[in-house]
Design a protein around this ligand. Structure first.
Ligand SMILES: [Mg+2]
Length: 131
């Protein structure tokens, strides 16, 4: 399982990386701009990410905008809807507007911080990516 963690906070990013590193390559991006670049490079190399953990509040480009761009890149790369990366929104924002917007932008799951290990792993298992 190839994972991309997109998170501007060092501590949050490191905790998630520690949680997921045993499941396969686990890359990090510190904002939406880096995330879009990472996804673009991964698609070009035909090594697309299986899972993207995506924070919303980040400098440069926020997670909602990054998600839109990522879905566009996947579409351009020939991925049918639902066949791209599984996107788990990992955010402190729990308002209805952000939640609805994320799902409209084709997020797969929405987790509110603090992110619990069991919850995160359960959600990844739900995707059928790990046993
Ligand atoms: Mg943040």
């Amino acid at each position: 399982m190839r994972t991309l963690i997109v998170e501007d906070d060092f501590i949050a990013r490191t905790i998630m990386q520690e949680l997921l590193k045993d499941l396969g390559p686990c890359h990090v991006a510190v904002n939406g701009v880096e995330a879009v670049r990472a996804v673009s490079a991964a698609l070009a190399a035909q090594q697309q990410y299986d899972v993207i953990c995506l924070d919303i509040m980040m400098p440069e480009m926020d997670g909602q905008s990054a998600l839109l761009e990522i879905r566009k890149l996947e579409e351009a790369a020939g991925f049918a809807v639902g066949m791209g990366a599984k996107v788990i929104i990992t955010t402190a924002l729990a308002d209805k507007e952000n939640i609805m917007r994320a799902f409209r932008n084709a997020a797969d799951t929405y987790l509110v911080k603090p992110i619990e290990k069991a919850k995160l792993l359960e959600c990844i298992r739900g995707f059928g990516l790990v046993a």
